[in-house]
Ligand binder design. Structure first.
Ligand code: LRH
Ligand code: MN
Ligand code: MN
Length: 388
């Protein structure tokens, strides 16, 4: 098996984008809990995200959600981010909190509402022009709850046409990433339920349309790393929304529920050429911290991704290939598991120290006094929630 020192250099390539909404108050459909010091606007969300990057060196960009993070001057927001050592990343569209979209957005039968949804996405692309963002992320709430409620095929036709209109607005360096989800908020038929549907639309659109894989958006038991391998093979894996799930779209800390799954995913990423600055694959978190502290929740998340990436990089690929060729089932499995069971935590602490980062970012955050500082400072105004 390679040594940690053999892979240490590769870890510098890791960049995990943080979601602005992870720093706001969130909850379930039963209750949204509030936490002291929660940001009141996009500027404060970016300050919190920058703290995560400062302590880990792993999170150089922040994803925005529109309209939650709409500000008067996106150029000023970008400068604010740069001053804090981060940049603005993916722009997420939102067609799931407006009365008009009760029966769909890009698939809507009413042309006026469909045009409104397309106009929203065009506005997001215009914002990307100002923020210098590469990716427009589309996740749709569209779908039906009852058989017969909508014409499944007609909805696909309208979706294809709407996406075409959105795609046409992209600049040469910009990309569209289409996220799928098998259920919720629609329960009978979701219009982009799986990677195959997303892939089909992306291929029809063109090269700069790619699939976004949210790890929480699959049926229990789905082999997610197979999807990763397949999309990389097809050249259409655009981005990840990382999180953990026990039951549904739980949005828990990535690597918390099933670190082995995260390891398997990262192994397929590495093996399939999806790791590294030129891979074209964007790594993002899509999480909410309902009961735990938010900034430490994000720190723990990026550390979990780094830990499983390091272990995935440690797999002895030559020995694995040989065992696979020889039909040595248990030998191959052992090579794989050897890397998974390797504890890299103290090596990663040394790696951080060597880069001028705190050996233990969780403790460094606790000791920094930042949580008390924001709790005292951010009084007044409305604290941001999972939403505006
Ligand atoms: C939908 C989703 C999508 C949204 C985010 C807030 O479940 O994963 O990515 O934009 O949650
Ligand atoms: Mn998501
Ligand atoms: Mn989700």
């Amino acid at each position: 098996m390679p040594n940690f020192s053999d892979i240490a250099g590769l870890l510098a390539d890791q960049a995990i984008e943080l979601p602005s909404w992870a720093f706001g108050n969130s909850g379930t459909r039963f209750k949204v809990f509030s936490t002291a010091g929660v940001p009141r606007d996009a500027y404060e969300k970016i300050a919190d995200a920058a703290k995560v990057h400062e302590l880990t060196g792993l999170a150089p960009s922040v994803a925005l959600h529109i309209p939650w993070d709409r500000v008067d001057d996106f150029d000023k927001l970008g400068t604010h981010a740069a001053n804090l050592g981060v940049r603005l990343g993916t722009i997420n569209t939102n067609t799931f909190q407006d009365e008009d979209y009760k029966f769909g957005s890009l698939t809507h039968v009413d042309e006026k509402i469909r045009a409104k949804a397309i106009a929203h996405m065009h506005e997001c692309i215009d914002i990307m022009g100002v923020t210098g963002s590469r990716d427009l992320k589309i996740w749709l709430p569209d779908g039906t709850n009852y058989p017969g409620q909508g014409d499944l095929r007609g909805r696909q036709d309208r979706l294809a046409d709407s996406l075409q209109q959105v795609y046409a607005r992209l600049g040469d360096e910009q990309r569209l990433v289409l996220e799928y989800k098998f259920f919720e908020p629609a329960f009978y038929a979701t219009d982009v339920p799986d990677w195959g549907t997303s892939y089909t639309h992306c291929v029809a659109l063109g090269e700069r349309a790619l699939v976004c894989l949210d790890t929480g958006h699959h049926a229990p038991g789905t082999n997610v790393e197979f999807i990763v391998a397949q999309l990389l093979r097809l050249g259409r894996l655009g981005s990840f929304d990382f999180n953990s799930r026990f039951y549904a779209d739980d949005d828990l800390i990535v690597g918390a529920a099933d670190p082995f799954q995260l390891f398997r995913i990262m192994f397929e990423v590495v093996r399939g050429g999806g790791y590294g600055p030129d891979s074209g694959v964007a790594f993002m978190l899509d999480q909410c911290h309902n009961v735990e502290e938010k900034i430490p929740g994000q720190i723990r998340s990026v550390l979990n991704v780094q830990e499983m990436t390091a272990r995935a990089l440690l797999v002895d690929r030559d020995a694995l290939a040989e065992a696979e060729r020889d039909g040595d089932v248990l030998g191959a499995n052992e090579v794989f598991m050897d890397a998974f069971y390797t504890d890299v935590r103290s090596d990663l602490a040394d790696w951080r120290t060597s880069r001028g980062l705190p050996a233990n970012p969780m403790r460094a955050f606790r000791d920094s006094g930042y949580a008390d500082h924001i709790a005292a400072e951010r009084v007044g105004g409305t604290q941001a929630g999972w939403g505006a």
